[in-house]
Structures are given as structure tokens and as C-alpha cells.
Design a protein around this ligand. Sequence first.
Ligand code: NZQ
Ligand code: ZN
Length: 386
Amino acid sequence: MKNFSFHNPTRLHFGKGQIAQITAEIPPGARVLVVYGGGSIKRNGVYDQVIAALAGRTVVEFAGVPANPEFETLMQAVELGKEQGVDWVLGVGGGSVLDGSKFIAAALALDPGIDPWLIVGNKTPLKSALPIGCVLTLPATGSEANFTGVITRKETQDKLSFKNPAVFPRFSVLDPTVISTLPARQLGNGLVDAFVHTTEQYLTYPLEARVQDRLAEGILSTLVEIAPALLQDQTDYDAQANLMWAADQAMYGLVPLGQPLDWATHAIGHELTVLYGLDHAQTLAVTLPNLLAHTFDAKRAKLAQYGRRVWGLDGDDATVARAAIDATRRFFESAGLKTRLADYGIDAAEAAAGVEAQLTRHKRLALGEHGTLTPADCRAIVLASA
Ligand code: NZQ
Ligand code: ZN
């Protein structure tokens, strides 16, 4: 196990009715920028609960954060926040809204004269951010309890992340009943994103990090167990609660401690989203099975462990490892996600060249747990995803 330091300051309020906790978290008299997306929160009752909990605070609303939050849109929120002198940011939505809220809170505290785009990719130091609260409506990204944001700038074809402890949410509300109104496509996306966050931090090579391995296997097994129940009945509370907690824990920060980390599937996936507009999880479903095949020898031992412990497979390492990759693809498809580029009408040769060029431009030249995956390797992985 490698050395590590760990700190996660986000207070989590989990369960039915917990949106009311906002009242205790945000001081009376605060000026709160409430950030949300395309309006799902107005249709499912979440908005009404949030506004009720904010009684006694000044509420300034910014609606319309799109999936894969756009820098230009977020800057409109920053301007509004400045005009209105807000002192809190409350994100109410999925990963896109929460990541966007982190960016807004950081941009509002940036020294004048610094270009806010420099926040993205960590190109300027962040001394502080406005305090952030989150109400999660889509379990997937773990953004509600980490210090990462992923921001897109279409005009320059960039989808890049930033990380800074200043944007850890002060608190997050995880009410699993919000899953009831998710479109089937977004439920599938959530299952797959949470699954791949876990594999990125687990399917590498053995390093005797037994607790972290079993935590990862627990998350993966839970997702496999609850997926059929949720896909059949999205209002099953036990399944909702377990998905929400599994997705949170996948990105909470315990799974990667002391472990080698991959994250190449996400690096490729972000480029596929910026080039073709695929949903984040769709890119992962397309990429991961072929990435595992491409790096088979380096990952064989861990793939075999995964196959035995998560999928209950028997046999020699190579046989179990191959069957585990097949089981992974089947799981993604059972969640309703297609796993080949052709299924999305995308030409694999063109996408492979595009991803290679984008990774090169973004200087993502040595990916994976061994730092050996070049843009040319990623091109081969995308080509195999035809
Ligand atoms: O915009 P609204 O109306 O809210 O609708 C959203 C959106 O259309 C809808 N939705 C969310 N909750 C709902 C709901 N519809 C009905 N009922 C509900 N309860 O779902 C759609 C997608 O939402 P979005 O926030 O885009 O999805 P997701 O949570 O998958 O977030 C994806 C973004 O997060 C980034 C991705 O790259 C992508 O930009 N990620 C962030 C990470 C992080 N911060 O740590 C890590 C991830 O790997 C990922 O990169
Ligand atoms: Zn992800």
C-alpha cells in the first residue's frame, strides 16, 4: 500500500426528507445563489422543498446549466452572483449542476483580473471559494462529496477538470427518492458511471490494499445486485438508497487511498463527449471493455480477482479475466447503454483519430496506472470500439 493523507470535510445528510436540513446549514440572512439545470427539479418537487428550507434567506436563482456544463453559461451565473452580492452557492441537480456550482463559487472568489477559465485545468491557484451546498438529484458522479469539477468549453473543444479543496461542498443532501423521476437513460448512466469510477481505482495491479479492494468490490457487487430491481422499479427505496450511497462512496475518496489509479477510460471518454456529444457514461460504456482488453496482460491479476469476487467466476486467471470483461460489457448493456460506437452512429476510425489528436493537444500523453498508455494506444482502444 502506498502512503496517503485523507480529509473529506463535506457533511452528508442522507435519506428521505433530508432537504429540510438546508435550514440548519445555511445561515439566516444569507444571500444564496440557487443553481439548477433544465427544470427537472420543478417537476419533481425538489425545488419546492429547497425554497421552503431557504425561508429567511435571500434567494437568487440561476437556471439552465446544461449537461456537461458550459463555461459560457456558468459565467452568466458568475455575473449574476456578483451583481446580487451572493455569499453562498447552492447547487440542486446532477453532476453537471454540482460541478458548475463549484466553478461558480470559485470564480466568485477569484481575484479581479484573473481569467476564470484558468480555474479549469488548475492553471491558477485558488485561495478560496464561496461556501457551497449541494442537493443531489442524480447519483452518478460523486461530485456531492469531492473537490472536483469538470467544465466544458465547446468553442475550443475542451472538457477539462479542476480539483481544489476550496470547492469541497460544506454539506450535501442525498435524498434517494429523487431517483424515482430519473429518465431511464439517466438511471443507466448513473449505474455505469458509479461502476467505472470504482474500476478506475481498482482494476490496476495488486498492491495488498485489502480494505480498499474489498470496498471497491462491495460497491461493484452492490451495483450489480441492485440494478435489476431499480431498472424494474425505480421507486424501490432500498434499491434507491443503495445506489445513492454506492455512487457516493465510489468517488468519496476512500477507494483510491494507497492504490495505483488508472483514469484512462475517463480521459478518453471526455474527449468522446466533447467531439460527439455522447453522455458521459455512454463514453465509459464504449471505452472500458476495450481498454481492459488492450491492457489485458498488465491488468490480468486484478481482472481475475474482480472476476472471482464480483462475478463469482471460476477457472485460471486468464479465463476468468476474459470472462470478467465480457460480464462487464453485459452489465452495461443490461443498464441500457450501448457499448459500441456504431450503435451511436459514430465512425470509429474518425473517432480514434480525433481522440488521439485531442489527448495529444491536452498533453495527456502517458495515461493509466503505469503511465504507459500513449495517445496512439488510446487511438487503438477507440478503434476497437467500432
Ligand atoms: O437539467 P435537469 O432538468 O436537472 O435534468 C437533468 C439532465 O438532463 C436530468 N436529471 C437529473 N436529476 C434528475 C433528472 N431528471 C429527472 N429527475 C431527476 N431527479 O439528468 C440529466 C443529466 O444530468 P447531469 O447532471 O448532466 O448528469 P450526471 O450526474 O451524469 O453528470 C455528468 C457530468 O458530471 C461530470 C461529467 O463529465 C459530466 O459533465 N463528472 C463529474 C465528476 C466529478 N465532479 O467528480 C466525475 C465524473 O467522472 C464526471 O466526469
Ligand atoms: Zn465518471
